[in-house]
Design a protein around this ligand. Structure first.
Ligand SMILES: [Zn+2]
Length: 339
């Protein structure tokens, strides 16, 4: 794919008046040093194209390189020192081999990166980890279509064995809702007790989870299990994670640049949890837009919604506690990914 047919940068990377206000309030609260544990980079020549990718919000900013990421951090966190753990765009339709090459070449200190593993290629994946200074291994259910539905389908045990011995953390996006899959997570932690596992998005692939606290308690006892907060917009879920795991196992993440989408999560009577947007992104379903777009009329970037939820949950449990903020926004990621 040579040229993307869309470009949302102008609309997305400038702030509205209400977003500028939110930024001001949040900057007052945020610590000086930040590690973003979940940030994506992609460039158009890594795309081989796939209908599923292009119909997904993840395809909103496929042209987003290191330079743009640096610029975005200056917009979102002006005056703050931000380091990032960069993750390739993990969707089917991306050329993962070239993506890994690009990451190895482009990303240097003080940032770090995750290498993209390939489920059917154990040897390649092990070599890719060995031959790079990667901080983690990423593999993802939607690396193929239809997606993998079990953890060991894409994180093959041979690869996990290597990561455990090599002390390479894995970033795991759960392939199903957490309540359906806690047994698989437990089995993973039993089979590989020394493996460091970071569950992306606090382990919540979708945004509403009924008994999340109960699910969290099921997996609480594994000390090598960590969680990134990328794009979790529910302060209830963040609060449950804090309550069950404490603040030393949560790592701040943005999911940039996907956090720059403006939209609102809502319950669609037929389709369940969906994102409504008042902006006609290429992946927005026209009928849904006509029917529900109005819900998102004044929607801010998802970034601000996620940060506000994080602030609400943290301040409720640990009011005005600087050391907790330093842990979640910096120290925990430094320890897990060796920044
Ligand atoms: Zn992500």
């Amino acid at each position: 794919m040579e040229k993307l047919k869309w470009n949302y940068e102008k609309y997305s990377f400038s702030l509205t008046r209400s977003e500028v206000k939110l930024r001001e309030q949040l900057l007052y609260w945020l610590p000086e040093k930040i590690i973003d544990s979940h940030s994506h980079i992609n460039v158009p020549n890594l795309i081989t194209s796939h209908d599923f990718l292009l119909s997904h919000p993840a395809s909103t900013f496929l042209d987003f390189d290191l330079k743009k990421s640096t610029k975005l951090n200056q917009i979102l966190f002006p005056g703050r020192f931000v380091k990032s753990l960069f993750i390739p765009c993990p969707f089917v339709g991306i050329d993962f081999y070239s993506s890994n090459k690009y990451f190895k070449k482009q990303i240097n200190q003080p940032d770090r990166f995750a290498i993209m593993g390939i489920p059917d290629e154990v040897d390649y994946t092990v070599k890719a980890i060995k031959s790079s200074k990667c901080a983690a291994l990423k593999m993802y259910p939607w690396q193929t279509f239809p997606p993998y539905s079990h953890i060991y389908d894409f994180f093959r045990p041979e690869i996990l064995e290597f990561c455990q011995n090599n002390k390479t953390p894995i970033i795991l996006h759960l392939p199903r809702r957490i309540e359906e899959i806690t047994n698989e997570v437990k089995q993973l932690m039993i089979d590989f007790p020394k493996l460091i596992v970071v569950l992306a998005h606090l382990g919540v692939p979708s945004y509403e989870s009924k008994n999340i606290e109960k699910d969290y308690r099921e997996i609480k006892k594994y000390p090598n299990l960590f969680f990134d907060t990328a794009l979790v917009i529910s302060s209830l879920i963040i609060g449950s994670a804090l309550k069950v795991f404490g603040y030393e196992r949560l790592l701040f993440g943005t999911d940039a640049p996907i956090n720059m989408i403006r939209g609102i999560l809502y319950q669609n009577p037929q389709l369940g949890e969906r994102m409504a947007s008042a902006y006609p992104y290429h992946w927005v379903d026209y009928n849904e837009y006509v029917e529900y777009g109005y819900l998102a009329k004044n929607a801010t970037h998802l970034h601000w919604q996620a940060l506000l939820s994080l602030r609400e949950a943290i301040e409720k449990m640990y009011p005005r506690c600087k050391s907790v903020l330093d842990s979640i926004f910096f120290k925990n990621a430094k320890n897990v990914y060796f920044f």
